[in-house]
Design a binder for this molecule. Structure first.
Ligand SMILES: Cc1cc2nc3c(=O)[nH]c(=O)nc-3n(C[C@H](O)[C@H](O)[C@H](O)COP(=O)(O)OP(=O)(O)OC[C@H]3O[C@@H](n4cnc5c(N)ncnc54)[C@H](O)[C@@H]3O)c2cc1C
Ligand code: SF4
Ligand code: SF4
Length: 1021
């Protein structure tokens, strides 16, 4: 039995006092000193892990004022505060051992859009893609780009002065900041915008900090002009944060925002921003150019700038290969054809053109292509290219590129690509030479790495692979960084080219030299006691106060190495999370993490859950407990043996005895087990896997709720209760039993069993069971046309008609359907962590399926989630090759010649709402549905959707009902109730169809039923 984890790193009393006082001051947001929140926000995407004392989530600007005022009171002057947005920093920018002030949970509203004057006013926690989605109907967009655009916030972008692809044309975030509303330590709110000379004079006479800061900056500008000019490099990605070189802008106006942008929260909280927005270019084209060496692509990019594109990005073969292995490749494969007679692609230049005049744009593209054709195959030149027109298609390529950045973290083995020198910038003309020197440094240390870059801006992205759990390898962070800093100096560039300084601020004094004391004066004017994100960029000149050091901050590796290698290996699906935050995707029509979207609580995200498990494993290790051995004990011992202790522990829990496992449990119970993380996380973090393992151990110590037993045994009970559908339905659906199920058992809206049995329906159609005898009796030609349906409990018993419709469809198409005898698949057992029983179910099924497979007749399943269990969850528990059970569409798309290639004129347009597991773990199968519909003369559109909120039995659990509905309304509800499209929607998942029925009283058909209806209609014509 795992021990109780009562000993955690408790919040310091000063911080508890601070939080309590804040509560009493009328603070309206959330105050979370709990360990789960602290653990989840102790990491970003960097190699570091720093445990904060608590997390506070302000609701409005007044809350920020309350925080800033209180922090200046004498008793709280050692309280440290770090603002946080999406937490996607790569160098510990938002990490702190003080309080995290997370503005992303509540302060995420778009306040005003002014399309005529082309600006927008937003709160600091608005996500960049969220903003662009809101601007799209106006034909506008917020131009600064970054790979993390679906989760990074405007506050974070301003504070790191984010930029990326297209920066040569569009500049950086700061170039689009019109004014900022910031909250300063002490509680001042200041609206900063460029000031004319007379306005500056007024500002300088303001009392307090406002006047002092304006006077100081003006003085520094006046007195240090020469030094500033000599120190600040003249790069497209100019040196950001405390940007003394731009205290006055090009029109001669004083601009405080040059100091605030890129300040990494070390000066002020950004509450609101007014931003300049631009018209979306009407026409765009992307030329994808292929090279046989990365160096050639880099060097050629320089000369290709002469063809005046909007941007050029270079990616190497490693990055490209990672994308090829991911579901994202499915969306772009046509744009990167590789002929057999061509060299292997080692580098790619993505060259984008945008413009308002189509003919002009096409002319530019054609001239570039002519040039590429003319030099094709020459030494150092490209050997082929493709052209993509239109922003919708081009965005797919950029989405692939963005995702590939995350995929860089996903290599096998212990050495994982980590950021610490990942965003150097040098003048573009020096880039190719710089990269060669950079590669030599990495090669000399025998390190693996992938590279891509914004070559037009001279920015290189590279993440060397290190095993940070190995103390010796961790030391390389210092060695390599020092060498790269030297190289950036040699090539007149910067270590901090794009992602900001964070922990790497230690190089600031050396870089700024004599100017550094001026930075310290600025910091001291805003934050005299070093409370705002201390240790980043500059410190006030106080004895003993220092900047952070790259090897002076605790790393995740140091944390993880406390867990034994065996345990790490078992839980690698949690251990490998690198915090890149792709699971915080804001888009409601994207499958990635419904529990995060439904709650906006980071604890309820894949990253949150992975972080909690890592800490839980570490704390267990501290107590000498081995979770792998514990799981073995649980599986080998009788359920009764630990019962008295479980009862005692459960009573203790009811009395409020603290156990960190309860916090982990709460986070796990919010997970829908939809498996979107498994398919979509670039690192393939698999929450359902470690959640199941956790639940097994948790319920080895505490009693399980009754509903778990009911849900776990559902598949086993179905064959019995289905013999009595009428009494069962009456029993389950009268008001009394519904109340008992809801309030005593904890389950709601139990579905009704079908009134007729599958057996009867199959018999009426003369469909045989797939028994060895029946298969053996098939003639070779019959066998060639046969297929075996592997039943699942939900479709067979609750939607029997669908199975019969499948039988009718396949019969009409000339196939011979056989139905495998029903066997519980075990998925509900896995979801609830009944691992021993699940293992047994997996083994039983595999034995039957292997025997059926040996006959040579293909096996198919109808429900995506249940069918994919045979290839995913089973893998862990069954040795040897698993039997191949295909999704219906995977098999049928290989039999297209059987489908009447119909008269297209009769075709209709259908829209598919796919199941989350299917679209994230079997993405190509959606195209297969399309090919089937096309073969039948129909059009099929795959709609982008989030999760339906049901996911197996999640939505049937009383505590989840509200959340299930919230999730449904985020995406599915909108689509199902959209009058323009709701006549021809279909859904592949049993759960999804039952959720639509429950929430909107609509019955969506399965594609099988639509295809059958089409055939029936044809037959009648
Ligand atoms: C895979 C990957 C790819 C990336 N690609 C790019 C890229 O292409 N271009 C790029 O520029 N960056 C990139 N980054 C870095 C990162 O995404 C950016 O720095 C981003 O701007 C951070 O935004 P955030 O909301 O996550 O901020 P956080 O990481 O939460 O915070 C960043 C800094 O801003 C401060 N801050 C946040 N909000 C506020 C506020 N309201 N008030 C005051 N201070 C605040 C924090 O204290 C911290 O110092 C990448 C990161 C990853 C993981
Ligand atoms: S769970 Fe995956 S997507 Fe989320 S932060 Fe971890 S690695 Fe990134
Ligand atoms: S399984 Fe679904 S709900 Fe659970 S963490 Fe993964 S994406 Fe989120």
């Amino acid at each position: 039995m795992i021990p109780r984890i009562a000993e955690i790193n408790a919040t310091q009393s000063l911080y508890l006092d601070f939080i309590e006082t804040l509560k009493r001051s009328g603070f309206e947001g959330d105050l979370n000193p709990d360990y789960a929140n602290r653990v989840v926000l102790s990491t970003d995407n960097s190699i570091y892990q720093v445990l904060p004392q608590g997390v506070i989530y302000p609701k409005r600007t007044e809350d920020l004022v309350r925080i800033a005022k209180l922090a200046e009171e004498e008793r709280f002057q050692s309280v440290a505060l770090s603002a946080r947005g999406g937490g996607t920093g790569t160098n510990g920018q938002s990490l702190t051992d003080g309080l995290v002030v997370d503005v992303s949970r509540h302060m995420n509203r778009i306040l005003e859009i002014n399309p005529d004057e082309r600006w927008v006013r937003v709160q600091g926690g608005v996500v960049k893609d969220q903003l662009n989605a809101a601007l799209k109907p106006y034909g506008l967009f917020f131009a600064p780009e970054l790979s993390t655009s679906n989760r990074a916030t405007i506050g974070g972008m301003i504070n790191t002065d984010a930029s990326g692809q297209g920066s040569v044309l569009y500049g950086k975030t700061r170039d689009h900041v019109l004014d900022l509303t910031s909250v300063w330590l002490g509680g001042d709110i200041w609206h900063s915008a460029p000031l004319e000379a007379s306005e500056l004079e007024v500002a300088k006479t303001q009392p307090g900090k406002v006047g002092e800061i304006h006077r100081l900056l003006d003085e520094i500008h006046r007195d240090q002009a020469e030094l500033i000019d000599a120190c600040f490099p003249k790069l497209n990605r100019c040196l950001t944060g405390y940007d003394l070189a731009h205290i006055y802008d090009e029109s001669g106006r004083f601009n405080l925002n040059s100091i605030l942008c890129g300040a990494e929260g070390s000066l002020a909280f950004i509450a609101e921003a007014r931003l300049n927005v631009l018209p979306i270019p009407t026409y765009s084209a992307l030329v994808n150019v292929k090279y046989d060496s990365f160096e050639s692509s880099l060097r050629d990019a320089k000369s290709l700038m002469e063809w005046q594109p909007t941007s050029i990005e270079t990616i190497d073969s490693k990055v490209l290969n990672l994308a090829m292995g991911d579901i994202v490749w499915d969306t772009v494969r046509d744009y990167f054809p590789q002929r057999d007679d061509e060299p292997v692609i080692q580098g790619i230049n993505l060259i984008e053109y945008t413009g308002e005049d189509e003919a002009e744009l096409k002319g530019k593209v054609e001239r570039l292509c002519q040039h590429l054709d003319a030099v094709s195959g020459q030494a150092g030149k490209s050997f082929g290219h493709s052209v993509v027109y239109g922003s919708a298609e081009i965005n797919k390529v950029w989405a692939m590129r963005k995702k590939a950045v995350g995929l860089l973290g996903n290599t096998q083995g212990q050495k994982r690509p980590v950021p610490f020198v990942e965003d150097t910038a040098v003048p573009p003309e020096n880039l190719a030479d710089f990269i060669m020197a950079f590669r030599k440094v990495l090669d000399d240390h025998g390190l693996q790495y992938g590279m891509f870059g914004h070559v037009d801006a001279g920015v290189l992205h590279v993440r060397p692979a290190l095993d940070m759990k190995d103390a010796e390898q961790e030391k390389l962070v210092r060695t390599i960084t020092d060498e790269v800093v030297r190289l950036t100096r040699q090539y007149k560039g910067l270590l901090w080219g794009e992602h900001g300084k964070g922990v790497r601020s230690e190089y600031a004094p050396e870089f700024f030299g004599e100017l550094y004391p001026q930075l310290q004066r600025i910091k001291a004017a805003f934050d005299p006691r070093n409370q705002m994100n201390p240790g980043k960029i500059a410190t006030p000149a106080i004895e003993g106060v220092e900047l952070l050091k790259i090897d002076g901050v605790p790393t995740r590796g140091r944390h993880d190495r406390q867990i034994s290698a065996v345990v790490r290996e078992q839980y690698d699906s949690a251990m490998n999370c690198n915090g890149n935050g792709a699971c915080f995707n804001y888009d409601p029509n994207d499958a990635m993490c419904p529990s995060w979207k439904g709650t906006r609580e980071r604890v309820h995200s894949p990253k949150g859950r992975a972080s909690l498990i890592r800490e839980w494993l570490r704390l267990l290790a501290e107590q000498g407990s081995d979770p792998v051995a514990e799981a073995g004990h649980i599986r080998s011992r009788s359920w009764l043996s630990g019962l008295p202790t479980k009862v005692k522990n459960t009573l203790g829990r009811r009395r409020g005895e603290y156990d960190f496992s309860h916090e982990v449990h709460e986070a796990m119970m919010g997970c829908l087990a939809c498996k979107s993380c498994v398919g979509q996380c670039p690192i393939k973090v698999n929450v359902p896997d470690f959640r199941a393992r956790f639940l097994e151990l948790y319920y080895g110590r505490y009693l399980r709720p009754v509903k778990d037993y009911l849900v776990g045994s559902l598949e086993y009970m179905m064959p019995v209760v289905a013999r009595f559908p009428a009494p069962y339905n009456l029993l389950m659906n009268n008001p009394f039993s519904r109340a008992v199920m809801k309030h005593v058992v904890g389950l709601v809206d139990s579905p009704q069993i079908c009134r007729f049995s599958l057996k009867q329906g199959l018999k009426a159609r003369a469909i045989d069971w797939a028994t060895p005898e029946v298969i053996a009796a098939l003639s070779p030609s019959q066998k060639a046309r046969s297929v075996i349906l592997v039943q699942d409990a939900f479709t067979s018993y609750f939607e029997t008609q669908l199975v019969l419709d499948l039988a009718d469809l396949l019969t009409r198409l000339g196939f011979n359907l056989l139905v495998a005898p029903f066997k519980p698949n075990g998925k509900p057992l896995h979801v609830h962590g009944f691992m021993q029983k699940f293992e047994q179910a997996a083994k039983d099924n595999v034995a039957m399926l292997r025997a059926l497979e040996a006959s040579g007749v293909p096996l198919i399943g109808l429900d995506p989630s249940m069918t994919l269990t045979y290839r995913q969850e089973y893998r862990e528990f069954v040795s040897g090759e698993l039997p191949k059970v295909q999704l219906l569409q995977e098999w049928l798309s290989g039999e297209l010649e059987q489908l009447n290639l119909a008269d297209k004129a009769q075709g209709g347009t259908y829209r598919l709402l796919a199941h989350c597991t299917e679209k994230t773990s079997a993405a190509p199968s959606l195209r297969q549905w399309q090919s089937i519909f096309t073969a039948m003369g129909q059009e099929l559109e795959i709609l982008s959707t989030g999760c339906c909120g049901m996911s197996g039995t999640f939505g049937h659990e009383r505590e989840n009902l509200r959340r299930s509905e919230d999730i449904y309304r985020l995406s599915w509800g909108e689509i199902v109730n959209n009058k323009l499209i709701n006549g021809n929607l279909m859904a592949t998942g049993y759960s999804c169809r039952s959720q639509v029925k429950r929430m909107d009283r609509q019955q969506l058909p399965h594609p099988v039923q639509v295809l059958l209806a089409i055939l029936s209609q044809r037959a009648r014509q």
